[in-house]
Design a protein around this ligand. Sequence first.
Ligand code: OGA
Ligand code: MN
Length: 290
Amino acid sequence: MQDGVEVVPSGAALGADVVGVDLAAAIDPGTFRAIEDAWHQHLVLRFRGQRLDDDALAAFSRNFGDLDMAPTGRGGTPFNPARPEIAVLSNIVVDGRRMGSLGNDELVWHQDMTYNPVPPKASLLYGLEVPPHGGETHFYNLYRAFDALPEDLARRIHGLDCKHDATRSSNGELRAGYEASYSNEDRPGAVHPLVLRHPATGRLALCVGRRPGAWIVGYADADSDRLLDEIWDHIHSHAFTWSQEWQVGDLVIWDNRCTLHRRDRLDPATRRMMHRTQVRDLHGPFAGWN
Ligand code: OGA
Ligand code: MN
């Protein structure tokens, strides 16, 4: 491991800072292994004071695996067609053109891109321009949510699958090419087990994507809504959280298989510009709890 690299846990239910590492430089295998171990243990890692262009962000991200393409925006194209693996999240508008996706909107608790059959295992979000107030990203530990399930609820969700809505973004915006509404059976999306076994840690985690548009496969609408509300009430009743207050140069990586994240609506008078990569999960579709 590179001399002076240190992992400092947040003290909350997840999250740690990794200090003493320059992500724009090549990472030696020993240091990378230490970073990956810390990531499996703490689920979200923050590296402060980085200076990353898109090449360096992509190069560091590739230590974790091949990159997935960024989700397409409202127009069905990436924000930077020359770099389709870089997602641009921003509320900045220049001459009426949006410089990134998701604008000032609130983002509800979600996992990234679970509407795909193989969702990314990791997302790496880098702060290029951050607001003086607001714009925190809140994270949630889904292992802890599973571990804290009341026995009766755990028994009832054992073996169930959930469909994750592909038609809308985490801000509720309709994606290009989809209808405004669907029945639960017809809604495009991907099906995953409600409880997954993490391929690296072997631990069980709730896998809920996000609440809007979710459906317990095979359930009548009302029964599905009732059970999902019960699961989400359980999630909300525990503060298994840690909040990232952004500084320019922060790089945050989260494990998309065992965490949720959200943010409040941004103050439209502030500017925020973030670049993100997402790492393909070579383990394939999520394995369930059996
Ligand atoms: C994301 C995301 C939250 C934020 O990058 O996937 O949801 O605070 N970002 O911008
Ligand atoms: Mn997200």
